[in-house]
Design a protein around this ligand. Structure first.
Ligand code: HMG
Length: 450
């Protein structure tokens, strides 16, 4: 039996649906999508208002002009691997999944810690997943998360999955030069998605491909740099042009338009970008008269509830779109069968517009993702600490940096540094209060003793 409520997908204007929309079932033949989600929020944040004061900028430029409020900052023992493991562990624990049920782990990231070794292999060990598990990292700027989701969905729909589930983890640190225009949009977080057949949270249309790829130099990070380079205003144009192309393609293929979607989730490098994106769609649809509601109401209704993570965390790159989903779940108003649209943009550039329907387990997810609790546990840091933590982050690619620390239940995954060119981690084994070192760390210890 279909998990959807019968009848038309809910468009908030009650727009009339075309015959094509009525007969087409984009979700057949196999329902695939997101069964569970979780987020990892770093333990520290820096205030955007304080940053504006230090940079001698009118605070409203950052808080109103960009819509930012706080930026999540990694501590000295956090890195993209520990964030990814934190999100993955929380997902497995909260949904009661046995790690042996995971047959594929895909990490979407643009914050690689090694030119060769994937983050996914470290995370595989830290989560105690089965050796019979396909793992990989995918890189494609912020689009990497959607690319990972699509790869996992394709696998989950095959007989090879044999009832097993895929784990998609997005993990990124948005890091720009001090005092650069990108600085107030920095952030960090990881999101984990459980991807399965007959998903209980979000059934994703796997039959429509509204994709737009176009080579541009709008944002990039050369291998010799920790901080990204960006042609800021050009990147906004590239984003909006990709949105136009994907949206029109999707509309041509499905007949669905803005009025049909209860919510639209955008890749959100800063909250004002989602406002600009919604404005572009509103214009494409012919404005208020055609849509039967004002632009302000449409934005407030469809987009505002998706923006909490972008305000609280900053840009979280590949995680951004899924952090918008978590914001929406925390808003608590979703209902079974509602249709939502998602727009993923990765600089460089690749983008995709796709849709999903809210699944039957939504009642247990509304206001229950763990996101709000993690936000309240964070500590605000001073500007001096901000500079110190940046310096620690810069060490992630340098040999010799090392801190002594022990994992605890509060911080079960620690990045200790780099010894003999090997990254060193300490972590608690799944289900046990007993610390382990990563295989690489253990090998370094052995070599030192011999
Ligand atoms: P900027 O040039 O310093 O800012 O940096 P601005 O002068 O454009 O001002 C920003 C807004 O504040 C403007 O609003 C001003 O009017 C307003 P808008 O006209 O755009 O609506 N403003 C004020 N508002 C209220 N009170 C005031 C005031 N003063 C000015 N007193 C920029 C802005 C976005 C360029 C910069 O932050 C940047 O370079 N960010 C990084 C790049 C980025 O986020 N690009 C987004 C699209 S690309 C993307 O999303 C991909 C990405 O996530 C990477 C990936 O894919 O991996 C970045």
């Amino acid at each position: 039996m279909s998990p959807f409520r019968s009848g038309s997908p809910e468009g908030c204007t009650g727009a009339r649906r075309t015959t094509e929309k009525m007969t087409r079932n984009p979700f057949s033949p196999i329902n695939v999508g997101i069964d569970a989600v979780s987020i990892f929020v770093p333990h520290h944040y820096f205030s955007i208002e304080e940053l504006a004061q230090i940079r001698n900028v009118n605070a409203e430029k950052f808080t109103v002009g960009l819509g930012c409020s706080k930026m999540a900052i990694l501590g000295p023992t956090e890195d993209p691997v520990t964030m990814a493991a934190g999100a993955g562990r929380s997902l497995l624990d909260r949904s009661g999944i046995d790690p042996r049920e995971i047959g594929m782990l895909v990490v979407g990231t643009e914050s690689a810690v090694d030119e060769s070794k994937p983050i996914a292999v470290y995370v595989h060990e830290m989560l105690g997943l089965s050796p019979r598990c396909r793992v990989m990292d995918l890189k494609n700027a912020c689009y990497a998360g959607t690319a990972a989701l699509r790869a996992a969905m394709a696998w989950a729909a095959t007989p090879a999955a044999a009832g097993r589930k895929a784990l998609v983890i997005t993990t990124d640190v948005a890091y720009y030069d001090l005092a650069s225009p990108g600085e107030p949009t920095q952030g960090a977080a990881a999101v984990a998605l459980l991807v399965t057949q007959n998903p209980q949270l979000l059934i994703i249309d796997s039959q429509t491909e509204a994709i737009y790829t176009h080579e541009v130099m709008d944002f990039w990070r050369p291998t010799y740099r920790n901080s990204a380079l960006v042609d800021g205003h050009f990147s906004l144009e590239c984003y909006l042009e990709s949105l136009r192309a994907c949206y029109n393609m999707h509309k041509e293929m499905t007949g669905l338009s803005l009025a049909d979607f209860r919510h639209v989730l955008f890749h959100t490098p800063f909250p004002k970008m989602a406002y600009k994106a919604h404005h572009r769609l509103f214009e494409l649809e012919g404005g208020a008269l055609a849509l039967g509601m004002t632009e302000e109401d449409s934005f407030r209704w469809k987009v505002m509830p998706t923006l909490r993570a972008a305000r609280e965390l900053g840009n979280v790159y590949a995680s951004s779109l899924f952090a918008a989903l978590i914001s929406l779940l925390e808003d608590g108003s979703l209902q079974v069968g509602q249709q939502i649209a998602l727009f993923s943009y990765g600089s460089g550039s690749s983008s995709e517009f796709f849709t999903g329907r809210i699944g039957p387990a939504i009642a247990s997810w509304n206001r229950n993702t763990g996101f709000s609790e993690q936000l309240t546990r964070r500590r605000r840091i001073s500007y001096e600490e901000y500079l110190f933590y940046r310096a620690a982050y810069e060490q992630r690619n340098r040999d010799g940096y090392f801190v002594e620390d022990q994992p605890t239940e509060e911080t079960p995954f620690l990045f200790l540094g780099i010894k003999k060119h090997k990254r060193q981690y300490a972590f608690l084994n799944p289900g046990r209060m007993e610390a382990s070192a990563s295989a690489a760390a253990a090998a370094t210890e052995d070599a030192e003793q011999n």
